[in-house]
Design a protein around this ligand. Structure first.
Ligand SMILES: Nc1ncnc2c1ncn2[C@@H]1O[C@H](COP(=O)(O)OP(=O)(O)OP(=O)(O)O)[C@@H](O)[C@H]1O
Length: 348
């Protein structure tokens, strides 16, 4: 049985419904990211699971025990859930070792509050040797790692992390993220990470739950939600998407860019196809369709160009494409589309 099962959870603040029937299961030892735009209810969901908020309806089952349900509300401290807040919230007057040892009190490891266990936990987060430092002597990333060690100390059933990397600067974020992920996996912890950063969700989590307007609209592996988004909005939210008008006839998608293979079977009809910028390949001018560079975006590790593709019938279609090299604006290039597209019925 999954250590965390959330079923049909609803929650309103006054007249404002915030959670509108959330379903989510997190398998044992997995890290799930709850990904969604600001205000969609991510933190509220975490607070319901932690027991800081009462749900109006639905249930939360932790390690087989219903902690939230009709007539049931187990107090937060009795839930065996650990919370890592946005900024680690370490006790400033306690050393790193004392902060971690604090997490051991009252937990399963209560009888083993030994220095050895603290060292073991610090080792897990890559901070062995930092026992005697004070929190103020640590970087923001190190503080977050201590907070994770403290959270793991009582061997909770589930670790909840609320935007734990958002206060870190970009250069640090990726490495702290990787360390925290490794520590959670090494501890075999089941965890839920709340984030509005799609790159963070896709690169860190085993399961991504995309949340919108108080419901989980899709949950799956990072590859599943990226390659097989449930709708155009999910496609746009989990990455850059090229959305084009498309008609399905006999299992083939007809688009202004030519006919393309389908990622999944679909009934005949009119709708939109979604492809990713990395499926748009540049070819020498004269091959494929002709396109003009209309804008460029430089990200450091790579770059994108906005193209205007001239399609049959003189239709001009805006398309985004990844590039490595220099591409002056106004340049004319050839493009070819590779790989399958996802398709959604409805008006273009
Ligand atoms: N205690 C509260 N009382 C009243 N309204 C609240 C309360 N907590 C949250 N809300 C409202 O519920 C909605 C969802 O908030 P929540 O913090 O869960 O969203 P979120 O997805 O975590 O957003 P963010 O990414 O910005 O933190 C917001 O409109 C917020 O104003």
């Amino acid at each position: 049985m999954s250590p965390l099962q959330i079923r049909g959870v609803t929650k309103a603040f006054g007249a404002q419904p915030v959670l509108r029937g959330v379903d989510l299961e997190v398998p044992s030892g997995r890290l799930a990211a709850v990904l969604g735009p600001s205000g969609c209810g991510k933190t509220t969901l975490l607070r319901v699971v932690a027991g800081f908020e009462r749900a109006d309806a639905g249930s939360v089952v932790l390690a087989g025990r219903e902690v939230t349900g009709p007539g049931t509300h187990v107090a937060p401290e009795k839930r065996r859930v650990a919370v890592v807040p946005q900024e680690g919230a370490l006790f400033p007057h306690l050393t790193v070792a004392q902060n971690v040892a604090f997490g051991l009190r009252g937990g399963r490891g209560a009888r083993r509050t030994s220095a050895a266990r603290v060292t073991e936990l610090l080792e897990l987060v890559g901070l062995r040797g930092y026992e005697e430092r004070m929190p103020a002597q640590l970087s923001g990333g190190q503080q977050q790692r201590v907070a994770v060690a403290r959270a793991l100390a009582p061997q909770p059933d589930v670790v909840l992390l609320d935007e734990p990397f958002s206060a870190l600067d970009a250069a640090l974020r990726a490495s702290v993220r990787a360390d925290v992920r490794a520590a959670l996996h090494a501890a075999g912890a089941t965890a839920v990470l709340v984030t509005h950063d799609q790159e963070e969700a896709l690169s860190t989590a085993d399961v991504v739950a995309v949340m919108r307007d108080g419901v989980v609209v899709q949950a799956g592996t990072p590859k599943e939600v990226y390659r097989f988004p449930r709708d155009v909005e999910v496609a746009r939210f989990v990455g850059e998407a090229v959305v084009i008008p498309a008609t399905v006839r006999d299992g083939v998608v007809w688009t202004p860019l030519g006919h393309l293979p389908l990622a999944q079977s679909a009934p005949d009809g009119v709708g939109r196809a979604v492809l990713r910028p990395e499926q748009v390949h540049l070819v020498p001018e004269g091959e494929g369709l002709s396109a003009r560079v209309v804008d460029r975006y430089f990200y450091g590790h790579d770059a994108s160009v906005a193209l205007e593709v001239r399609c049959p019938g003189d239709v001009l279609l805006p398309v985004l494409c990844r590039t490595q090299g220099e591409m002056p604006e106004g340049d004319t290039v050839g493009v070819r589309i590779a790989g399958p597209v996802t398709w959604f019925p409805g008006a273009a």
